[in-house]
Design a protein around this ligand. Structure first.
Ligand code: MN
Ligand code: MN
Length: 488
């Protein structure tokens, strides 16, 4: 028998002009950095703190300022209204609109959508800032101000990169989805993504999240985040708090029951003791293992910064894997237990233990919830306590993982090599960005986290900054990335 295999090769010949040399774009960016910093100053000056209802107008103002910037670049902008936010006292307040914008619409070119947020964490001088948090101040090459790194500076860097490319040619179609409620949980955005999946997202090929920073001074690309599941265990032993002199020794106490249960969750090395919890964890492959070997990490420095005595794992690879590709369980607190200074001889009537489990591929939240509930119920039954128990999962979000060989990542890696003359660190983060797994689940698009923040920018903390170097070279990175992406 003869088998014939036909190999068909399609070759595309382009007679288009070759892309603009990157060095020309980079030179343009260098020459315009004063303008870029001025824009960042304007953006930082707006106190778009989404956690403060009194500043809601500032968040809205910030959305309009970004709208204006995109329009100046020739983009079309829709401000999608999200309705109102209900407050605890029953009143409502308007949610900031979401920016859905597009630049260029050439059907021959791929379309990349950048996601980021324009709201910030609270900041006041009294918190211990050395400079006015909303007045951009440059000291020794660092640009201090709330939102410089998280996430105004990064979005602005993308917009500035687009502007620089437009002087020659924008190589791909660029879209933006920018929100103003990220720091308080992206209120309203999850539903909007679903509603716009068949419209706004229909021509999007790639999604890039700007909201991330580097692990070290070496540029990094993030290809995975952990998910999370947060649990309450509520135990009640009486209707009201009791006197330990009157009731101590004659009733099984709620706090003792709770501490017993909490102690069955995790051992001293961080190993989770819930049966079956590791069953679904994706096996470690050779290709992934190699990525950890390449990442730069200074253990001793990390220990010193946080005053940590010792990590539970002492090789760099184990450390990175434990914090990003394996689940972890943390106990956060006990509500209702006496926690003030001084001594109080009380038996709390009702206590709530709080803990969370960070989830990794391929753990399913529904399975984890059942494993946790079964385990705690079994342990509680063994204790034979007459007290009432309630176990609730307060929220759960899935992990997210991409393939580092997808075009999006190849373009990002090439761009990093071009701008920084070094290979990118490919990292997974231990934290959770719920909107990322939501993007993946709803749109099914290829997603990457490409940020330009430095490892010591202190987002959320006092003296947040972005280095001028990161801001300007990061602008070049986004420009180079868009050029590279056009070649796939
Ligand atoms: Mn952020
Ligand atoms: Mn943040």
């Amino acid at each position: 028998m003869i088998t014939l295999i036909f190999l068909l090769t399609f070759t595309t010949t382009t007679d288009e002009a070759s892309p603009v040399p990157a060095h020309q774009i980079f030179q343009y960016i260098d020459e315009h950095q004063h303008e870029y910093v001025q824009r960042l100053r304007e953006w930082v000056a707006i106190e778009s703190d989404s956690s403060d209802l009194l500043k809601r107008q500032d968040v809205i103002k910030m959305m309009h300022l970004a709208e204006e910037r995109i329009k100046q670049l020739g983009g079309t902008v829709e401000l999608a209204e999200l309705g109102v936010q209900e407050l605890h006292n029953g009143s409502t307040v308007r949610l900031p609109p979401v920016i859905l914008a597009g630049l260029e619409k050439d059907p021959e070119k791929p379309t990349v959508c950048f996601y980021g947020h324009l709201d910030v964490q609270p900041a006041t001088l009294e918190d211990g800032w050395s400079t006015e948090p909303y007045n951009l101040t440059e000291i020794n090459g660092s640009l201090y101000g709330r939102g410089t790194s998280d996430d105004k500076g990064q979005i602005l860097a993308v917009l500035n990169a687009v502007e620089a490319l437009q002087q020659y040619e924008l190589p791909v179609n660029v879209k933006f989805l920018l929100e103003g409620m990220e720091e308080v949980g992206s209120t309203g955005l999850f539903k909007l993504v679903e509603e716009r999946n068949s419209t706004f997202f229909s021509d999007v090929n790639y999604i890039v999240v700007t909201d991330s920073s580097w692990v070290s001074n070496k540029p990094s690309i993030t290809y995975g985040t952990r998910g999370n599941s947060y649990f309450f265990i509520e135990i009640e032993c009486a209707k009201k708090d009791l006197h330990s002199g009157a009731f101590g020794g004659i009733i099984p106490e709620a706090t003792s029951d709770l501490i017993f249960l909490l102690s069955t969750l995790v051992d001293s090395s961080g190993h989770i003791l819930i049966p079956g919890i590791y069953d679904a964890v994706a096996p470690l492959m050779e290709k992934e293992k190699k990525l950890y070997e390449k990442i730069e990490l200074d253990f001793e420095k990390k220990k010193a910064i946080f005053g940590i005595r010792n990590f539970t794992y002492n090789t760099k690879e184990e450390f990175l894997m434990r914090k990003s590709r394996y689940p972890s369980l943390s106990i956060h607190g006990i509500q209702g237990a006496f926690s003030a200074a001084g001594t109080k001889t009380v038996i709390p009537a009702r206590v709530i233990g709080k803990f969370s489990i960070r989830l990794v591929p391929n753990m399913e939240p529904s399975v984890v919830i059942k494993q946790v509930t079964d385990h705690l119920n079994k342990k509680f039954a063994e204790r034979n306590s007459p007290n009432s128990i309630g176990i609730t999962c307060m929220f759960a979000s899935k992990p997210w993982l991409s393939d580092t060989d997808e075009p999006l990542f190849l373009a990002g890696r090439k761009a990093i090599e071009k701008v920084f003359h070094t290979e990118a660190d490919l990292t997974r983060i231990g934290g959770t960005i719920p909107i990322v797994s939501h993007f993946q689940e709803v749109t099914g698009k290829s997603i990457m986290l490409l940020g330009i923040g430095g490892p010591d920018d202190a987002p959320h903390g006092q003296n947040e900054k972005i280095n001028r170097y990161n801001f300007i070279e990061g602008t070049k990175l986004y420009a180079a990335f868009l050029q590279e992406l056009a070649s796939f």
